[in-house]
Design a protein around this ligand. Sequence first.
Ligand code: UCC
Ligand code: FAD
Length: 585
Amino acid sequence: WEAASALPFTRARIGSFFQERPELKNPFLEDALLRGYLRRHLPHQAVFSDLCAFGERVCKEVDGWGRECEVTPPRLVHFDPWGRRVDHIVTSPAWKRMKDLSAQEGLVAIGYERSYGEWSRVYQMSKLYIYSPSSGLYTCPLAMTDGAAKVIQSLGVSRPVEEAFSRLTSRQPESFWTSGQWMTERQGGSDVASGTETVAVPQTDGWYKLHGFKWFTSATDADMTLTLARVQDRTGATTPGSKGLSLFYAEVSRGEDGRLRGIEVQRLKDKLGTRQMPTAELLLDGLPAHRLSEEGRGVASIANMLTITRIHNSVSAAAAMRRVVHLARDYATRRTAFGKLLKDHPLHMQTLSRMEVESRGAFLLMMDVCRLLGREECGVATQLDSHLLRLLTPVVKLYTGKQAVAVVSECLESFGGQGYIEDTGLPGILRDAQVLSIWEGTTNVLSLDVLRCMARSSGMVVHAYFSHVKSLLAGASSVSSLAPAVKAVDSALSELEGFVQAAASRGPGYLQLSARDLAYSLARIYTGALFIDHACWEGASPSDTYAALRWCEQDLCPVSTNQRRGHYDSSTTPLDAALVFDCLR
Ligand code: UCC
Ligand code: FAD
């Protein structure tokens, strides 16, 4: 050392210990539940080979691109050097590679090729689940692309949108298009019916020109979009509310002068997360558009898109949870504290196992909704399946969106201080998770959607829910190791049934106050039944049983608990408001 210190020049010594980083391994091979689920429901060698190869590509190649998207966010160039307005959204090369990869891997196409019949959606979403946390948020344009294809298919693939449909579902990178979904305006993203000011002016050729301002438009580098507007009559008048909204198709293209046709990009949003992806404010100034829906049927017609994007949201939520737990588990085998690896500290393992249970629950609920979607699209859905799909789509979106924020936040702590350091890539997962409960319908708005769909079906949706959960439990009646879980779900189901019957006579105010807890109860009970059903499968492992027991130990029916506490009585409303505004006394 003395000899070294005598040297006139030497590099600073900063110690010899460097912590090994958590390693991302093949996310397909690392996921016992995903592989078990597919072995049970979709035991096709070609599917396994494809997912295994894709998982390898994700961890070796794509994850790096995702990181590149994060550190090279999009930027907006308003003017060219000579002062001409160009509105170029400049994205990273990695973002463009994601587009090509999405086509090649069939990330949208698989859902429309239907090579595996009613299980095709499960296959497609398994692939997206592996991809999502490494995708640099490219799953956002893919969700909207899938949603747009679904809307076009449901309304009829005919002129002028048949080319768009074939591009949205193409496996050829040079033909593949992505779509936007422009619904939100300054006055309201939840209350679209009141918030939409955009008008559609009829043209002599049957097309329209749109004039309005879209306040949030994500992945704005898309090739086309679906959007809502109010058709003007000859006097320039429009119909207010939901009945005045129609659905339009528009291409995002440039004229010979290089300017966007009928669009000005006002600015890009400065966001907490999802920074990899451009989200813009757009002035529509004569955007040429084709009316896709009947006049006044805009919301009902875009509902198919909402179903698809909400399911994609749940896939991303479940995938974010899976990814952080995967990395935390690997880190626990590399990091030493108090003389032993983290994995040998029982309290640390208990913490990770609780997150594992949450992430498994999200996976099972999300996959079941994908299963139902696949059945409906292949024409094999029973009425019960269709009711369940309608009910569980908002439920899975709202529940997994919230779970993702909680699990990812908790999980960052398991990396200690490194979980807070930007260039580990970990904080970005939390920032991105935060949006999952906001866009595509906030938690409250979706809870109210659950109420509406229950109310409008004259009891059919509720009946479908109860009878399906009961049938899942019946399959486990003779499995003694699962008895405590079965008992817990069964009794929560009875409480829920009691609540639904009693609440019907309490009026809309009472029901609205219960909406969020009701949606959570629907999610937890149904997921409990799915855990039990999966643990009964002959290929299940002891960990599947343990996870089922653990899930079912929580309060499965918070709506009943809070009803007993009087949380939905009308007397609470002024008290809640007084509490919130207490500072104004
Ligand atoms: O946020 C956005 C994009 C983000 C980027 C994409 C991310 C994708 C995931 C990526 C993962 C990485 S786009 C903006 C999303 N915006 C929303 O989700 C809006 C939230 N607000 C609602 O959902 C509201 O409940 C509304 C707008 C649907 C309420 O509208 P109305 O007109 O007041 O509602 P009504 O009267 O209940 O519904 C009108 C019609 C009815 O049909 P008919 O007339 O036949 O009775 C309803 O049954 O629409 C039907 N309908 C539905 N049908 C309404 N909602 C649904 C539904 N969810 N499913 C089926
Ligand atoms: P508000 O509707 O004002 O809601 C504010 C609060 O009030 C919420 O907590 C909500 O739950 C609550 N609330 C509202 N109504 C009720 C009620 N009846 N009862 C109880 N509580 C209620 N939109 C697009 O159309 N296209 C896009 O591509 C797009 N991309 C986005 C990207 C990002 C990153 C973000 C953050 C948003 C994006 N959005 C997009 C907009 C998004 O869909 C809306 O922000 C969202 O739907 C909420 O609407 P809002 O912002 O108007 O909130």
